[in-house]
Design a binder for this molecule. Sequence first.
Ligand code: PAF
Length: 282
Amino acid sequence: MKIVTTVAEVREQVKEWRAQGLTVGLVPTMGYLHEGHASLIDASHRDNDRTVVSDFVNPIQFGPGEDLESYPRDIDHDAQLVEEHGGDLIFHPEPEEMYHEGFSSFVDMTVLTEELCGLSRPVHFRGVCTVVSKLFNIVKPDRAYFGKKDAQQLAVIRHMVDDLNMDIEIVGCPIIRESDGLAKSSRNTYLNDAERQAALVLSRAVFLGMELVRNGEKDCSVILSRMKVLIQAEPLARVDYVKMVDCRTMQQIKTLDRPALCAMAVYIGKTRLIDNFFTEDV
Ligand code: PAF
């Protein structure tokens, strides 16, 4: 397993693999890897001859006042995890390698980014689409792997690949949870003990929503209000949003008459966490 920091080194390595007729999977990450990322690397290792993991805290997807500076970083730990899960190359660039002086081209998206995290984090998806497009151009993978925890991101990237005719298969992988239900996230490290306990309201609300859907509830307002009541009973929690959207368009719906995504963002203290379920997975 190798760690490289420049675009030229990635291209050289991938070119060598291509010359041998090998297939390549890409797992884009912002590092501080956990079992959720490990499951993406496992999936890529299963489907492809070689796996590249990008490990880059992308500054342009953070808005003013967000956690860019404090976002956890640990490349030694990441290297060990990637190695253990069969990754072959880590691309770990400095911001200047990705955004040289005068950088001024962005990939942006309309409709799918109007709701959910797109509404609360106005520059976020422009940053994500831009860096993921760059990574696709640098690595030119056959397949790329994204977690369903970032469900809107997954939908946005699938849509971008389709809109811009990118010849890459996008693979969505299930949410990985702690044994008590909390969805794995690098941001869980921000939580103190009391907040860690309080953060369980997210998964409890998800499980409640799933149960209501399983029992045949079709009225989204009923499902969402039951979930919100549960979250609001936790004093350390503050709801950013809990919404039901059409899976394809990411626009809000009132009735469960099509495949939908129920997504939430909740502040636990100062930490903003997300969780969700797809009605098709219930
Ligand atoms: O999901 C993430 O960690 C990031 O948004 C991604 C896709 C690596 C782009 O920076």
